[in-house]
Design a protein around this ligand. Structure first.
Ligand code: HEC
Length: 245
């Protein structure tokens, strides 16, 4: 009886402290701080085991090596995924640098096979920034992207570029070959392209242009900003949005 009583007391104390913790605001949700090593391990292991527990009944198509599948998948990947998962010759992006956890580079072969990758692409991963593409795309589209991911680690920059070109005779442009608009992720692509530029420390916007509106960031200590930015009406001017302090 005594033991039962103690268990109930401990349970109540734990529940009340948990509730107090949630309500207090003590936990800092900032994405600027790393998780503790234990927290990282717990989240990553939960994610990995959760995915692996759900793929056993997936039928992986036998045609993942088909050039047509890979080509279709490449165009979709280029539009939807590069800003977070990179491509050959691109070392970082504005979007990727601020995400926690950092999206893995899919240019490097990872721990997941095609079934796990398909599951993640379709279902997304809660609280990480990895979207559930199954909300907007059917399985066929997602297997094409999965097919492309098997090829991606072996591609050079030139081969990647060739693969995302529209085939001669189609007017698909840079489209992924499907009849819907994905929205423009291009705005997140700017930082870290290694196209012939001298690569500095991570976080430095090593862009083709020496100064632009992005450098009005509060963390940037170049105090003298020439009013030249008005004279750069080019594609990446819209980064100025949200940095106008
Ligand atoms: C806004 C950023 C973002 C976009 C866009 C995005 N992802 Fe992710 N993705 C993530 C993050 C973050 C993770 C890591 C989650 C984790 O480790 O728990 C991830 C994980 C993955 C993984 C698992 C990788 C591994 O080895 O653990 C795959 C596969 C993947 N994404 C594919 C894609 C594909 C394909 C697209 C485009 C159709 C895409 N992602 C678009 C953020 C993104």
């Amino acid at each position: 009886m005594r033991i039962l009583y103690s268990i109930v007391i401990v349970g109540v104390v734990l529940a009340v402290s948990g509730f107090a913790f949630i309500h207090s605001g003590i936990y800092n949700v900032t994405a600027m701080e790393e998780h503790s090593p234990l927290g990282k391990w717990a989240l990553h292991t939960t994610m990995k085991n959760s995915v692996e527990a759900r793929v056993s009944e997936l039928d992986v198509p036998s045609n993942l090596a088909s050039e047509e599948m890979i080509r279709q998948g490449a165009r979709a990947y280029d539009q939807l995924c590069v800003a977070c998962h990179l491509k050959p010759g691109l070392e970082d992006t504005l979007l990727r640098q601020g995400l926690n956890p950092t999206p893995p580079s899919l240019v490097e072969r990872g721990h997941f096979g095609p079934a796990e990758q398909f599951w993640v692409i379709k279902n997304g991963i809660k609280m990480t920034g990895m979207p559930a593409w199954g909300v907007t795309h059917d399985d066929e589209d997602l297997w094409e992207i999965t097919a492309f991911l098997q090829r991606l680690p072996s591609l050079s920059e030139a081969e990647y570029t060739r693969l995302i070109q529209p085939e001669p005779g189609t007017q698909a442009g840079a489209d992924d070959g499907h009849d819907h608009d994905h929205g423009d992720m291009g705005g997140m692509m700017a930082s870290g392209s290694s196209h012939g530029s001298t690569h500095g420390e991570p976080g430095h916007h090593d862009m083709s242009k020496p100064h632009d509106a992005r450098h009005n960031d509060a963390t940037d200590h170049h105090s003298s900003h020439e009013p030249e930015k008005a004279s750069e009406p080019e594609a990446d001017d819209h980064y100025a949005d949200g940095h106008s302090h």
